[in-house]
Design a protein around this ligand. Structure first.
Ligand code: BES
Ligand code: ZN
Ligand code: ZN
Length: 512
């Protein structure tokens, strides 16, 4: 998809199709983004009968409408004006994208003015529009072999036009305003990075091993100011990362520790460090998982993928902050050298733990990454991980649960998530949770002694590897990392969502 922003009058444009946003506000002109009495008159009956009702996500396509220079018209509902926020527009944009796909057109105009009243809000809304379109344009089909070769000239030209990219031009009177232009670009860049993170997540385990994940991070960082360093197995051993190493031992694939550094801020600014769980496949190891649904465990690296995407977005947006992205990456397999229940490992910070369930592996690799992060004199540490099934039970695929004991950080997270439109929920973390994680033979156990609160006890384990006084938050994306398309129309049904990346970019933007 090619997406651009233009300052043009609709009457001066001819194009295959025009998207008109509509609102359901009673008494007002329902054609929100195009004050055109001809159009209102032409579709008076449809407006009256409420075929075009303006309710949120409604899509009414009128083929061959031949209105002005436009062949087809697509009316997309925004709902009530007073309820419309950026997330509403993001979803409306995705509905518009789907309608264009269904219509099989290759070029469209979206009329933006009138979406939301004041010019003060124009940048954030135009950003949401760009995000919604770009996010909706993501698909993962590169592993399907091409359709059988076509021989006839007709079929060939169809195929060529199939291959032609969809072009969407957003037109607005404010298109040349600096803040609007910048916000539009920011929306595209952020969403492109989400799409890249989704691609990393959607790739199956055999094609997205720790080694490949590290290479992808290196390739993607080329041409940016990000410096990528990758530690291999030998280096991981030398660096005393006993958690990451232990988890990797059951696999024939070597682990990797990926370090991405971006210095956009002042030299003395302490870095904000993002850490992401990069389990490229989690079979459970010796404590093996049931077969049903195990294929989904290719997504166990989504925290890592979303951290890589966050770093890329920050660099492409040229944020003036110092950031580090860390991704411990490995498979969790039951090979002959695998961790066994009862084994004891030492993490980088010297603390020992019993591996009483080899399926609770995420916390072991994060232990080393958090220890390493704490050594870098960070101003803040944020991690994302598909850590516990218990989080799926608690919050489903609606909210991402996050844990922090830092009140200021909690406020920043709530603010950032409000801007990004990603739903988060603050979860409890207390000293009580740690009590359940004490080891019998080692300092800690990777399994809780109690039954409930599995996400919080896992977090209490992680906290043991974060340096004193460092503001830290942990995001458990087990429920929201993939398969959220049933709720969010700009996400695919089954695939990776890229969740938290947009919030993390907002956190980086507000970091001082
Ligand atoms: N990767 C899983 C967590 C997970 C489960 C994510 C389901 C998404 C959906 C993690 O490594 C794991 O298996 N955790 C165990 C921990 C338990 C053994 C203490 C779990 O949650 O069952
Ligand atoms: Zn596991
Ligand atoms: Zn896992």
């Amino acid at each position: 998809m090619i997406l651009n922003l233009l300052k043009k009058e609709l009457k001066d444009i001819s194009c295959q199709s025009l998207i008109v946003f509509t609102k359901s506000s009673a008494g007002k002109d329902r054609l929100a983004t195009i004050a055109n009495s001809d159009l209102s008159k032409k579709y008076a009956s449809l407006l009256e009968e409420k075929t075009i009702s303006g309710k949120a996500l409604e899509a009414v396509t009128i083929r061959e409408a031949n209105f002005g220079g436009f062949r087809n018209l697509i009316f997309i509902g925004l709902g009530e004006d007073k309820d419309l926020d950026q997330e509403g527009l993001r979803q409306a944009a995705a509905a518009a994208y789907d309608a264009l796909k269904a219509l099989k057109v290759k070029e469209a105009i979206i009329s933006f003015d009138g979406v939301k009243g004041t010019t003060k809000e124009a940048p954030s809304f135009v950003k949401a529009l760009a995000e919604g379109l770009t996010l909706a344009s993501y698909s993962f089909d590169q592993l399907k072999s091409k359709k059988a070769k076509v021989t006839t000239a007709k079929a060939k030209s169809d195929e060529e036009s199939e291959g032609q990219k969809l072009q969407i031009h957003v037109v607005s009177r404010a298109a040349q305003e600096k803040s609007v232009k910048a916000a539009f670009q920011e929306g595209i860049i952020t969403a492109e990075c989400v799409n890249f993170a989704r691609y990393l997540g959607d790739m199956p385990g055999n094609l997205m091993t720790p080694k490949i994940l590290a290479e992808e991070a290196q390739k993607a960082a080329q041409g940016t100011k990000i410096k990528v360093t990758v530690w291999d197995k030998n280096r991981i051993i030398k660096e005393k990362m006993g958690g990451l190493l232990g988890v990797s031992l059951g696999s024939s694939e070597e682990p990797r520790f990926i370090i991405m550094e971006y210095k956009g801020g002042k030299t003395h600014q302490k870095p904000l460090i993002f850490v992401g769980k990069g389990l490229t496949f989690d079979s459970g190891g010796i404590s093996i998982k049931p077969s049903a649904g195990m294929e989904e465990m290719k997504f166990d690296m989504c925290g890592g993928a979303n951290v890589i995407g966050t770093m890329l977005a920050a660099a492409r947006l040229k944020l003036d902050v110092n950031l580090i992205g860390l991704v411990p990456s490995t498979e969790n397999m039951p090979g002959p050298s695998a961790n066994k229940p009862g084994d004891v490992c030492f993490a980088r910070n010297g603390k020992s733990f019993e591996v009483n369930n080899t399926d609770a592996e995420g916390r072991l690799i994060l232990a080393d990454a958090l220890s390493y992060a704490s050594e870098q004199d960070p101003g803040m540490i944020i991690d994302a991980a598909t850590l516990t099934g218990a989080m799926v039970v608690a919050l489903g695929n609606i909210h991402t649960g996050y844990f922090t004991r830092d009140k200021e950080l909690k406020t920043s997270i709530e603010k950032a998530a409000k801007i990004s439109g990603e739903l988060v929920w603050n979860m409890p973390l207390t000293d009580q949770h740690l009590k359940d994680m004490k080891g019998t033979y080692a300092d800690l156990s990777n399994m809780s002694a109690g039954k409930g609160a599995g996400s919080a006890t896992a977090t209490a384990f992680l906290e043991q590897f974060v340096g004193e006084g460092i503001p830290w938050a942990h995001f458990d994306i087990a429920g929201t990392g993939w398969a959220v398309g049933n709720r969010l129309n700009y996400c695919t049904k089954k695939g990776a969502s890229g969740v938290m990346l947009r919030t993390f970019v907002e956190l980086a933007k507000s970091y001082e």
